[in-house]
Write a protein that binds this ligand. Structure first.
Ligand code: G
Ligand code: G
Ligand code: MN
Ligand code: NA
Length: 253
């Protein structure tokens, strides 16, 4: 059980930590981005999953303060990597509750200004259902966010309630194909058809495709043959603590 009071007390402390999962370029297999994923540590130092933590934050207004802290942390980390000459995208996940909060744009603007990070390398991951909650307000938010120079990705694409019309209506840059469609590649005919169709659609709309949940070399080869731009999944790495990520991907010697 995760107590709201424990989450509240620890906002702004190192109990809120990001792990980083690499994304690689499909042609070069080199690092092109990371997804920052929350890991909350309880008083005993045990990590708790965001699947358990986020709903507790969202059941109160705590998601606003915790979200603001996390967004600022992501921008601080981005700035720190940029200062060291490492330029790759940093993606953070934004929930429906967060997107529908009127001051999200202000929160992100302040995080960018406070930290001095280059926002062209900042990416927000939103699910389809988030956008469909309140289409007009979501559209307004996304336009403002795009004006800051940041990129918008649709996470878990293909699993939510969605209308294909919104794909061209919303200012989106990236589609992340849900691992549900990746897991049975390359043998399952339906998965092949769905992946092919999503990729063709996305390319016709000038969107970058990220395949998520890539676990095998066969999946990787097949996705590359379909023209996917970026790959993410356990085949490359799981989400890593900061120091492990830096040692493995950014060590200069
Ligand atoms: O990393 P993991 O598999 O435990 O992530 C589980 C879910 O939690 C994912 O759907 C992810 O998008 C979400 N998530 C991870 N970190 C954050 C975060 O910082 N904020 C929000 N809103 N969701 C997150
Ligand atoms: O919903 P979202 O895509 O944000 O969830 C991200 C989470 O998916 C990561 O935190 C991680 O725990 C999980 N994940 C990432 N890559 C893989 C993978 O290759 N296989 C499986 N089963 N899960 C993955
Ligand atoms: Mn995600
Ligand atoms: Na996802």
């Amino acid at each position: 059980l995760i107590l709201e009071s424990d989450l509240r007390k620890s906002v702004g402390s190192d109990q809120y930590e990001y792990f980083y999962q690499p994304k690689v370029n499909a042609n070069t297999h080199t690092l092109c981005g990371v997804e920052a994923l929350l890991r909350w540590k309880n008083n005993k130092g045990e990590y708790r999953s965001p699947i358990d933590v986020i709903p507790v934050l969202e059941s109160s207004e705590l998601i606003i303060d915790a979200g603001r802290y996390l967004i600022n942390q992501a921008c601080l980390q981005l700035k720190s990597w940029q200062d060291k000459g490492h330029f790759f995208d940093v993606a953070i996940n934004i929930s429906a509750r967060q997107l529908l909060e009127a001051d999200l744009v202000e929160t992100i603007t302040q995080a960018i200004n406070n930290t001095g990070c280059n926002p062209h390398f900042l990416e927000l991951e939103l699910t389809e259902s988030v956008l469909m909650c309140d289409v007009n307000f979501a559209l307004k938010q996304l336009k403002s966010l795009r004006e800051l120079g940041i990129k918008i990705a649709i996470d878990d694409f293909g699993t939510g309630y969605s209308s294909l019309a919104y794909l061209s209506r919303f200012p989106i840059n990236i589609l992340k194909v849900d691992r549900e469609f990746i897991k049975d590649l390359p043998s399952n005919k339906d998965s092949i058809t769905i992946c092919r169709s999503i990729i063709e659609l996305a390319h016709n709309l000038n969107l970058t495709i990220v395949a998520e949940g890539v676990e095998t070399e066969d999946q990787l080869k097949f996705l590359e043959s379909l023209g996917v731009e970026e790959l993410q999944g356990y085949y490359f790495d799981k989400p890593l603590p900061l120091s492990d990520f830096e040692n493995k991907y950014l060590a200069t010697n």
